[in-house]
Design a protein around this ligand. Structure first.
Ligand SMILES: *Cc1c(COP(=O)(O)O)cnc(C)c1O
Length: 366
């Protein structure tokens, strides 16, 4: 069927340009397709140590599935508010932070409006932009990272929204506090800036900014965070934004009333009660990240220095072959062709034994 035939001819034009988001391959699918056993997935930046035991207990206690969830997630918002020292009136919860990225775009972007993001930035920015008929303005990257000066220079009268991933997925690069402050000072205050901090809890660098602290200062700033990464709740889908009360009010108008389910709400709340678990995952990640970098150095593999829980490693013209060979050995990593990075594979930092399996599988291929 072609684009000039029903139903494609009737679809919103931006949707015709879209390719569905390609997630990392699920373990069950690989085992089914290739007949391998004990496969491991290092492909979607999930937390390999999983969630806190408090989360599992909270879920067991709330298995009354017949009732709608609290549409305003009152208790969870209070918990996030206390954790981040903000008022609940600045918080919007989403079915994952991707949901919030979508809400922001639907609130501010009309067909023909421009949305700025960087080359190699998280693909969901393109997806939510095109879905509403927005025009993507993609600024070039420098050493794989966002060039904030190019982004502020790209602003014009049609610009409605700017996405910054800090750190960025799939490159693992980050922008400094000083650079981001300067950028926010340059951008007109009627252009909404989303700073996506999905990997915030992993970053240790001294010059890495905590943008939540800035929402009062910049009324055009939206900061997003998630429970999918270090909190280990990717399957439950909970994320949120911190923004001015006015932006929060607008997001709440387009939000589906029950976008965060009851189990997700109680799980996220319990996750915030076990910050020791988060600290442990942070430290484990750091140790295995350093080991991964060590492996790359030892074997002469190029990689993009990362401050998060994944590394994009360069395999040059052998990238596809190595990806396939790893699959046959039961190791799922993430090809980056749809990010325009066909010579890299993104490897999520796994547990010690998973990383050993990766290294043993890779060594004979190098
Ligand atoms: C994983 C990720 C998210 C989180 O998505 P959720 O919908 O919260 O699971 C957001 N932004 C980036 C850059 C990510 O890599």
């Amino acid at each position: 069927m072609t684009a000039d035939q029903f139903p494609y001819d009737r679809a919103v034009p931006g949707i015709i340009e879209l390719q569905p988001y390609q997630p990392g391959k699920p373990i069950e699918q690989l085992e089914r397709e290739l007949g391998v056993a004990n496969a491991i997935k290092l492909a979607s930046n999930e937390n390999p140590w999983g969630c806190s035991p408090l989360v599992l207990a909270a879920i067991r206690e709330n298995l009354d599935l017949g009732l709608y969830p609290d549409a305003n997630s009152f208790v969870l918002k209070e918990a996030i508010a206390a954790h981040l020292d903000v008022s609940s009136s600045h918080i919007t919860l989403g079915n994952g932070s991707n949901d919030v990225l979508d809400l922001v775009t639907r609130v501010f972007v009309e067909p023909g409006d421009e949305v700025i993001y960087s080359e190699y930035a998280f693909l969901v920015y393109a997806l939510v932009t095109k879905a509403v008929g927005g025009m993507s303005v993609v600024t070039s990257a420098k050493e794989w990272g966002h060039q904030l000066d190019a982004m502020s220079q790209a602003v014009n009268a049609k610009t409605k929204l700017i996405f910054i991933a800090n750190p960025n997925n799939p490159t693992g690069t980050y922008v400094s506090k000083q650079a981001l402050e300067q950028f926010l000072g340059e951008v007109p205050d009627n252009v909404v800036v989303v700073v996506d901090e999905a990997y915030f809890e992993y970053v240790e660098e001294d010059d890495y900014p905590n943008c939540v602290a800035w929402y009062a200062q910049y009324p055009n700033l939206v900061v997003t965070r998630t429970f999918s990464k270090i909190y280990g709740l990717a399957s439950l889908r909970v994320g949120f934004s911190i923004a001015s009360e006015e932006i929060t009010d607008l997001l709440n108008r387009v939000r589906q009333p029950f976008n965060v389910n009851t189990l997700a709400q109680v799980a996220a709340q319990a996750a915030l009660e076990d910050l020791e678990h988060v600290a442990r995952c942070h430290d484990e990640n750091k140790a295995q990240l350093q080991r991964l970098i060590g492996f790359c150095d030892e074997h002469g593999l190029g990689y993009i220095p990362s401050v998060a829980n994944f590394v994009s490693v360069e395999f040059g013209d052998r990238t596809k072959e190595i990806y396939q060979s790893l699959l046959h050995k039961g190791v799922i990593v993430r090809p980056l062709d749809n990010y325009g990075m066909p010579n890299h594979l993104r490897i999520t930092v796994g547990r010690e034994n998973e990383m050993s399996q990766l290294y043993e599988s890779l060594k004979p291929l190098l």
